[in-house]
Ligand binder design. Structure first.
Ligand code: NAG
Ligand code: NAG
Ligand code: NAG
Ligand code: NAG
Ligand code: NAG
Ligand code: NAG
Ligand code: NAG
Ligand code: NAG
Ligand code: NAG
Ligand code: NAG
Ligand code: NAG
Length: 483
């Protein structure tokens, strides 16, 4: 259930890739006719059973003249078709960075981010037309949105991914296939920004760590592949460390800064007992961490997850919308018009989609449940990336309860890295835009934390201007500052 709820959240991963020279090998291009998923197909010469099928300039969503878009499938293995949608930068596409956006779940589509958060358009109430988003992140960056794992969104085929760790190689392969093709090879040498949200607190640290491990194998000649050098990682409202973030549900329900006490004392008392009682949420999470990656850990972590969701998360949230405490459980914002739009035959045909769109289907999610993946921490990996000096932004809309900013902040304060003491001693300062406070921020070298005022889980849906400004400062490798 918790994952189910997390699904909506979405992930923002920013990865920076700078590659000396892209692998350039000949590609075969065939015309497939308009009945196929993509009108054009490129098969990989390097990776078995992989390739790209795509449609160029469908005219859907990005309607700015002269801005190229490509949508279709990256086949990352036999019967494994991963949906992607690429938008060229509206400004200086030849020098703009290359940004990957991933939503969370696990098992939620990145079309959430595209149509509700930071993409080129918003779908209107008629569910049949779109309006340009002036705060789209492709104003300053080339953007690619990917539906992973297989089975999510428009992706289809065989899905074997039952953990965060197991998801990484497929995403890595997707970029190998993209950068091998003449369509995308030029982006292999751009800065690679990895933007993600929600379950991206798992995906981000895991995938970037995996990419770096692959880069090391490339460097020492063990594999022949294109390095994916992430230059920045951005995660908003992420699920990093369940032990810390379950405790934070109690803190947030007791006093959500700016919004006060959310639940009555007797409910808070029950949550306290559920957390700290014998065999409570904290003890079970500690047992999950202690079990490491052993096979036996699956059951222990699964049990911990279920217990904490039922006895901590659910009562802490009550009737609030867990993604925006200013709304109740019947929340209407952001609207879901885009789902109806993507179900239209006309739209599917134009963009090259082959299966019915599913925002957060059960199947991929259930595989993660089996291994208790939600209950596991990726804070050690995040700490190691921060310690390496990578540009990292951990940010959160402050009206989200699901992956609330108190838990996100407590997580980064628990990171084991060289900047720990400094971060602890750095007060929050307000970041303003034209004199209006949009976020409370802390900067330590290349690491930044931001609490975005008046934004729910999908930050860019609520505060589009602030989100684009923050994104642009990260892209420029600046510390967060007022403008
Ligand atoms: C491709 O498949 C062949 C035959 O199954 C196998 O020998 C080869 O190692 C595979 N190559 C890669 C790169 O996986
Ligand atoms: C939906 O939009 C398409 C393309 O603009 C148009 O042809 C069609 O008539 C519209 N359908 C409805 C029900 O408005
Ligand atoms: C985004 O880019 C478009 C096209 O260049 C421009 O008209 C618009 O003002 C830009 N939006 C912002 C917020 O800068
Ligand atoms: C491809 O994947 C689908 C969906 O999981 C499955 O039903 C089908 O049997 C698979 N086909 C092959 C050839 O593996
Ligand atoms: C507290 O927990 C007890 C035992 O599970 C339950 O009976 C009671 O209704 C709960 N109280 C509140 C206010 O949720
Ligand atoms: C579990 O496996 C991951 C990936 O191999 C590794 O980074 C991590 O340290 C392992 N965790 C434990 C507790 O052994
Ligand atoms: C949620 O809020 C709306 C608007 O304030 C209200 O009309 C509705 O009755 C509320 N629903 C629930 C379940 O509390
Ligand atoms: C998860 O997938 C791996 C690799 O396919 C498999 O070995 C393992 O048994 C699976 N775990 C569960 C709990 O299904
Ligand atoms: C911050 O990032 C820049 C660009 O990657 C790098 O040159 C610099 O060394 C990093 N700073 C620290 C303190 O790690
Ligand atoms: C980080 O600094 C705080 C405050 O000085 C300290 O209590 C904590 O133990 C440190 N954590 C790590 C992992 O070094
Ligand atoms: C920062 O901005 C918030 C929101 O506008 C405001 O409540 C707070 O007083 C400001 N803090 C400082 C130190 O100016």
């Amino acid at each position: 259930m918790f994952l189910r709820m997390l699904v909506q959240a979405g992930l923002v991963l920013l990865a920076g890739v700078s590659v000396a020279s892209a692998v350039s090998r000949p590609v075969v291009e065939d015309d497939f006719g308009t009945s196929e998923a993509g009108h054009i197909e490129i098969r990989s010469n390097v990776h078995n059973a992989t390739g790209i099928r795509y449609v160029k300039n469908s005219g859907i969503c990005e309607t700015t003249p002269g801005v190229t878009q490509i949508s279709g499938y990256i086949d990352v293995g036999t019967n494994m078709s991963m949906w992607f949608w690429f938008f060229e930068s509206r400004n200086s596409p030849e020098t703009s960075p290359f940004t990957l956006w991933l939503n969370g779940g696990p098992g939620c589509s990145s079309m959430i981010g595209l149509f509700q958060e930071n993409g080129p358009c918003l779908v209107n109430a008629d569910r049949n037309s779109t309006t340009i988003n002036p705060y789209s992140w492709n104003n300053i960056s080339n953007m690619i949105y990917i539906d992973q794992p297989i089975g999510t969104g428009f992706s289809y085929g065989t899905d074997t991914v039952n953990s965060t760790e197991a998801a990484a190689p497929f995403v890595w392969t997707a970029f190998q296939v993209l950068f091998e093709s003449t369509l995308f090879s030029k982006y292999a040498s751009r800065e690679f920004i990895f933007g993600t949200e929600s379950y991206g607190g798992h995906y981000g640290p895991s995938f970037v760590t995996y990419f770096e491990e692959q880069n090391a194998l490339i460097d020492c000649g063990m594999i022949d592949a294109v390095p994916i050098v992430v230059s920045a990682l951005m995660i908003n409202n992420g699920w990093y460390d369940p032990l810390i973030q379950n405790v934070a549900y109690l803190d947030f329900a007791t006093y959500a800064p700016g919004y006060g006490q959310l639940q009555p004392d007797d409910v808070l008392q029950n949550i306290t007992e559920a957390l700290y009682g014998s065999d409570g949420c904290v003890a079970q999470e500690e047992a999950c961490y202690a079990a490491g990656n052993s096979t036996g850990s699956d059951k222990i972590c699964r049990k911990a997850d279920n217990y904490c969701i039922e006895n901590v998360f659910v009562p802490a949230v009550g009737d609030y919308d867990s993604y925006d405490i200013r709304q109740n459980s019947s929340a209407l914002f952001p609207p879901e018009y885009y789902k109806h739009f993507l179900h239209k035959k006309r739209v599917m045909k134009q963009i090259g989609a082959q299966v019915k769109y599913k925002e957060c289907p059960d199947a991929p999610y259930e595989l993660f449940v089996k291994t208790g993946d939600d209950a596991r921490t990726w804070l050690p990996e995040l700490s190691a990336l921060a310690d390496s000096g990578m540009k990292i932004l951990i940010w959160a809309g402050d009206t989200d309860m699901n992956c609330n900013w108190l838990g996100g902040h407590a997580s980064v304060l628990a990171m084991d890295w060289y900047g720990n003491e400094t971060l602890h001693n750095t007060p929050f300062t307000n970041m303003t835009i034209d004199g209006t406070s949009v976020a409370a921020v802390q900067n330590v070298d290349n690491f930044s934390f931001a609490r975005v005022y008046g934004a729910g889980h999908e930050v860019a849906a609520f505060q589009p201007q602030a989100a684009l400004e923050i994104f642009s400062q990260v892209v420029r490798m600046e510390q967060l500052h007022s403008v």
